[in-house]
Write a protein that binds this ligand. Structure first.
Ligand code: FAD
Length: 468
């Protein structure tokens, strides 16, 4: 294969497709949120229809040309950032909502549509898109599906997988698998859509999806709570079932390390609550009636205070105050700029051992990064724990490991010790592939490879991601 041959074939077959070659590619298409070192891809293709995606992939497959499917580039594992010689297939021109069924509460959307656009359309129609995350303005639904994104409301509605009713994807050879049916249950053979959800663009390019919407709640009640121990936080979580009558929609935990770091870095040290407790929890309910929801929250938190489960609580009295309480938690994107040499982890640890993990990991990391910042927070309802580390100033060690390798080795070894997962959010991508065996058995990895081989025998889709 020559580069010229594949480019000629693409230009000839897709005259209307936006195609940029080499240095003409806008820099924004060269990296993702991780800021991974920019390499020089062969070209950028921006199809605007399923047929164009199919034609582009068929040509690339014929020439054995590697392709990087790309969404909103908000992932943090380097997966959407093209490597040298790859062709970026950006979905940013394939946007829009094709159908919104107000009666059934379903939506047919194109993969390049941003999550925020989808949320706004559902809201206007009186429905709710369950998925919500800080990157909503940039991430695309195709990217959300390919990473099986979680976010702020998993504790109530589940991960992206739970809202995908049907899916259309294009395989590496250009064939289109269209399963856009709107039924919640369909047991006729394999549920093929599941293969594309969370497989990081390695098995096919997601082009359209039919989403399940939820009735839009009338009100949200938000509260910030401080606590003295992790055990108290888990008691609080357990008690929300009865105390909040099943209306809990978010349960976000911030260790003091995170709360203080963001308050000082982004808000001049001003925080909604004094920074004097070990843990802070942001909880939110989705309810059908504001007054009743507020009374319920007040009664619940009063009983938790009385029982000594929580230290203090602040209930937002308006939408503005609710946004204010979320502000610290939503500033996670700023950590990239606040830390001199920023590293982000999106691990998962069983709830029962999460605090022990945090303590052990903190001590272990201190031997690598000294007093540098390490901040912990997470979507506790789904066992997802975030850890951001400043690896600046760490020198290469006696084994020749650079700073990032030393931090990775320390964190993932702790994850393995605590029987967790190396990724509960962004996927494996490039950065975590060497650690896949820490949380998946050899038999599981072998089966994953079989699936990859069956669907993409020439290995053109996102090569080098997930597997070493
Ligand atoms: C501030 C911030 C907050 C975040 N919060 C959360 C959170 O709470 N929960 C969470 O899960 N994640 C979170 N993320 C991570 C990120 O937003 C999600 O992983 C998101 O789903 C990625 O979508 P994207 O469109 O940006 O995909 P990209 O980053 O462009 O791509 C991600 C992966 O999907 C593949 N891909 C993209 N589009 C397609 C497609 N159409 N077909 C096939 N493969 C495709 C890419 O090749 C890549 O492997 C956050 C990120 C930021 C920056």
């Amino acid at each position: 294969m020559t580069d010229a041959a594949v480019l000629d074939a693409l230009s000839a077959a897709l005259p209307a497709v936006s195609l940029a070659i080499g240095e003409d590619i806008e820099p924004k298409y060269l990296s993702d949120w991780s800021g991974i070192a920019i390499e020089s891809p062969l070209a950028l293709v921006r199809p605007a229809s399923v047929e164009e995606v199919s034609t582009a992939l068929a040509i690339c497959n014929r020439y054995g040309q590697a392709v990087t499917p790309q969404g909103g580039r908000t992932g943090l594992n380097g997966s959407a950032a093209p490597r040298r010689g790859e062709i970026v297939l950006s979905m940013d021109r394939f946007t829009g909502i094709e159908e919104l069924d107000r009666t059934a509460g379903t939506m047919l959307v194109r993969a390049g549509t941003t999550l925020e656009t989808i949320q706004a359309a559902a809201d206007e129609a009186g429905w709710l898109v369950a998925l919500d995350l800080g990157a909503r303005g940039s991430c695309q639904i195709g990217g959300n599906i390919s990473t099986n994104a979680g976010g702020n409301r998993v504790v109530r509605y589940g991960v992206t997988r739970a809202m995908v009713l049907g899916l259309e994807a294009v395989l590496a050879d250009g064939s289109v698998i269209s399963g856009l049916q709107p039924m919640i249950k369909n047991n006729a053979g394999y549920d093929l859509k599941q293969l594309f959800i969370g497989s990081e663009g390695t098995l096919g390019v997601v082009t359209r999806a039919r989403l399940r919407l939820h009735p839009r709640p009338v009100a949200r009640i938000t509260a910030l709570i401080s606590a003295d121990s992790f055990e108290d936080v888990t008691t609080l979580l357990r008690q929300t079932g009865a105390g909040l009558d099943g209306t809990l929609s978010s349960f976000e935990v911030m260790w003091q390390s995170f709360y203080r770091y963001i308050a000082e870095g982004c808000f001049d040290g001003k925080a909604p609550m004094p920074i004097d407790r070990p843990l802070y929890t942001l909880i939110e309910t989705h309810c059908g009636e504001e007054e009743r929801g507020r009374e319920q929250m007040e009664a619940f938190l009063a009983s938790m205070l009385e029982d000594g489960v929580i230290g203090d609580a602040l209930i937002a009295q308006s939408e503005r105050e609710a946004d204010g309480l979320w502000a610290i938690r939503d500033m996670t994107g700023e950590l990239t700029h606040l830390m001199a040499d920023h590293m982000a982890f999106d691990i998962g640890v069983p709830l029962a051992s999460m605090n022990a993990f945090v303590e052990s990991c903190r001590a272990r990391l201190a031997t690598v990064i000294g007093d540098n910042a390490q901040v912990y927070y997470g979507h506790l309802g789904d066992s997802n724990l975030h850890l951001n580390v400043d690896a600046s100033g760490v020198s290469v060690d006696g084994q020749g490991r650079d700073a990032h390798r030393q931090v990775d080795d320390a964190v993932y070894d702790e994850v393995r010790r605590f029987a967790g997962t190396i990724t509960a959010e962004h996927g494996v991508g490039f950065f975590k592939r060497r650690y896949l065996g820490y949380c998946r058995s050899q038999a599981e990895i072998a089966t994953m490879r079989l699936v990859k081989q069956a669907l993409d025998p020439n290995g053109i889709l996102n090569p080098g991601r997930i597997f070493t």
